[in-house]
Design a protein around this ligand. Structure first.
Ligand code: AMP
Length: 435
């Protein structure tokens, strides 16, 4: 099946050809015809499935066909996303897909000056991609009017709820015309999301693409049991592997991410961190350098990494396991994009074993165990630690408590080497028993 079979017009098909996309992904094949009919849509799908094109393409076609001129300080399509990164990426996609359809695209999110937002929307814009909080500020200051909206998209609704945007979303929807097309995407469908969807959508078509759990099937996953105090050394050794092309390293906390960057720098490995304490230009630079392959390692917290869309991530390293199993699926979904396969490596300390069990239950998969390298102790002795304590013994996610509050790091234990080395390729899976 081709994109023109789905009913998309020539300028859109040409833009897709320019991107090298020839075959629609399942969510595109299922959503585009329905959306072209003008129906509302409830899409249960996560990032990585091609959902951005699924909602952007038919929307651009609709906007082009209607041929309305947008008035100053108005917009015709509003896309709401939970994070700046995701908003920026949706806008980039909309520009690329709309390049032959003469669509204007702008973004409104925090971290940039509100004056810049004001300028960007002053002449009116066809497609506006925004995070909820800043959008409300811009509207309330009179810089933007939402009364001309024809299409509303809520992307990653479950993440928006997690980030506390529920009231903002309801407030924004009250400002919109009742007659509009609404598209609602969420990776998961807890009751709260279902209720929200039923409030916003009118007789929607529902498209479900892979429950979150099965995304994990495309990723080769490994876990190494390691003491908290030994994780720094293991990370340094892991990232020295020449097979690593581009690695995303996850920590639970912002300070944890900064400490990892410092540790790696001390051992001659360049990396950048991306998290909520970084300014927008810092985040953009880190992401840009990673995308361009200039800095091959990006250290991220869960929230900052949400929606990151970088092709060619070869490895995801979970320096710490997340305590919410779905978060693990989100993390490893950063690799294996659009059908590619990827490798996910997790470091699991004793107190993280319950998280591992949860993850395996959720993904309905056993994760392959990789033993520590045979000469781990000798290699570890050469690695410079950032401090005498271990990184990342933080007890809970999204907390940045100072080390003093967290108590001392656990003492370093000695490991009996169990395998001949580390090789994450399919031919080199090492066994080892679960500790
Ligand atoms: P998304 O789920 O929208 O974040 O998309 C995931 C990735 O797949 C992005 O890098 C897209 O550019 C890419 N992509 C989207 N549609 C296609 C397609 N039909 N063929 C190949 N890649 C695609």
């Amino acid at each position: 099946m081709s994109f023109s079979d789905l009913g998309l017009a020539e300028p859109l098909v040409r833009a897709l050809e320019a991107k090298g996309y020839t075959t629609p992904t399942p969510i595109q094949a299922q959503s585009i015809p329905t959306l072209l009919e003008g129906r509302d849509l409830l899409g249960i799908a996560q990032t990585g499935t091609g959902k951005t094109a699924a909602f952007v393409l038919p929307s651009i076609q609709h906007l082009s066909n209607a041929q309305k001129r947008v008035l100053p300080t108005h917009c015709r399509m509003l896309v709401l996303a939970p994070t700046r990164e995701l908003a920026g990426q949706i806008a980039d996609s909309a520009r690329a897909y709309g390049q032959f359809s003469k669509m204007s695209v702008a973004t409104v999110f925090g971290g940039t000056s509100i004056n810049k937002n004001r300028q960007d929307v002053s002449r009116g814009v066809d497609i506006l991609v925004a995070t909820p909080g800043r959008l409300i500020d811009v509207v309330e200051q009179g810089f933007l009017n939402l009364s001309m909206i024809e299409i509303l998209v809520l992307d990653e609704a479950d993440q928006m709820l997690d980030l506390g945007f529920i009231h903002a979303l309801k407030k924004i929807v009250r400002m919109l015309p009742k007659k509009r097309q609404t598209l609602f995407f969420s990776a998961t469908m807890p009751v709260a999301i279902r209720e929200l969807a039923s409030q916003f959508l009118h007789d929607p078509a529902t498209v479900t693409i892979k429950p979150a759990a099965t995304t994990a099937e495309r990723v080769d996953q490994y876990v190494t049991f390691v003491n908290q105090a030994e994780k720094q050394a293991l990370l340094t050794i892991t990232l020295q592997d020449p097979a690593i092309d581009r690695a995303l390293v996850f920590t639970r906390t912002k300070h944890g991410a900064d400490r990892v960057v410092k540790l790696l720098a001390g051992n001659g490995i360049a990396s950048n961190a991306i998290h909520g304490n970084k300014s927008q230009p810092q985040r953009e630079r880190a992401l840009g350098e990673f995308k361009a392959g200039k800095v091959k390692i990006l250290v991220a917290t869960d929230i900052a990494a949400r929606g990151i869309d970088v092709s060619g991530v070869s490895h995801v390293v979970n320096f710490e396991l997340p305590n919410v199993a779905e978060q693990y699926v989100h993390r490893i979904g950063r690799t294996a994009r659009a059908g590619a396969s990827g490798i996910a490596v997790s470091f699991c300390a004793d107190d993280e074993k319950p998280y591992l069990r949860d993850i395996e239950r959720t993904t309905r998969q056993k994760i392959n165990i990789t033993a520590l390298p045979e000469d781990f102790n000798a290699q570890a002795a050469k690695i410079k630690a950032t401090r005498t304590q271990a990184i990342g013994a933080d007890p809970a996610p999204r907390e940045d408590r100072p080390r003093a509050e967290r108590g001392p790091a656990r003492p370093r234990a000695t490991h009996a080497p169990t395998a001949t080395g580390r090789n994450y390729g399919p031919s080199g899976r090492s066994g080892g028993s679960r500790q």
